[in-house]
Design a protein. Structure first.
Length: 215
């Protein structure tokens, strides 16, 4: 299947379109340090990319016998994010969106909250590209649960088998596969071991080759 043959595209935001993962990890690390005095290792910064604040706080509690209040960590993390975050698109991401804008329905499906997502999209000038946006506020279970992908497919009114999802982490890939869609891993330089049956491409490759017969 070529990109041209897909009926719709669903994109993740953090770490896929926007280089925000490093800010989320830093803000989480600062919150943990403030609350219990534990400094995350560089490896744990990358480990955080593959999950989100509340479950990772639980992992750290179990791993080191910490007494983190996960909800408070999340609150402190967002306070810190508002202070340090700078919107940065990955190279080639805007060109991809521009290439398919108006030709394919495109949607965003992200584990982040709407209060973060909407301002980021506006600041980056990305709002116009998406026919639907689904955030963590709309689901009971975040990725890797498929709920957020399934809701987004319903919003677009498309066939999941003809929908291509773009993700940068295994939790997003698992969600897409569980929702019955096709999926591509976006290579943004993070140390992720992707499944062998999932194509791995940069944004530059995705918009610069037309068509691409990887799906």
């Amino acid at each position: 299947m070529h990109l041209q043959d897909c009926e719709a595209f669903i994109l993740d935001m953090d770490g896929t379109l926007i280089d925000s993962g490093k800010y989320h990890a830093r803000a989480f690390a600062d919150a943990v340090l403030e609350q219990v005095g534990y400094a995350l290792t560089p490896t744990e910064h990358y480990e955080f990319f593959a999950t989100h604040s509340i479950p990772f706080a639980g992992i750290l509690n179990e791993r080191y016998g910490l007494r983190l209040d996960a909800e408070r960590v999340l609150e402190q993390k967002w306070q810190r994010m508002r202070a340090i975050f700078v919107v940065e698109l990955f190279e080639g991401a805007r060109e991809f969106l521009e290439r398919w804008h108006g030709e394919k329905p495109m949607a965003l499906a992200t584990n982040s909250a709407a209060s973060f997502v909407r301002p980021v999209l506006e600041e980056a000038g990305l709002t116009k590209y998406f026919d639907a946006v689904t955030t963590a506020d709309e689901v009971a279970n975040r990725k890797p649960d498929p709920e957020i992908i399934e809701i987004t497919i319903q919003k677009l009114g498309v066939d999941p088998l003809k929908t291509l999802v773009f993700e940068d982490q295994l939790i997003g890939i698992d969600a897409a596969c569980a929702a019955g869609t096709r999926v591509v891993a976006v290579d943004n330089g993070q140390p992720v071991k992707f499944p062998v049956d999932v194509p791995v491409l940069t944004w530059k490759e995705l918009w610069n080759e037309d068509p691409i017969a990887y799906f």
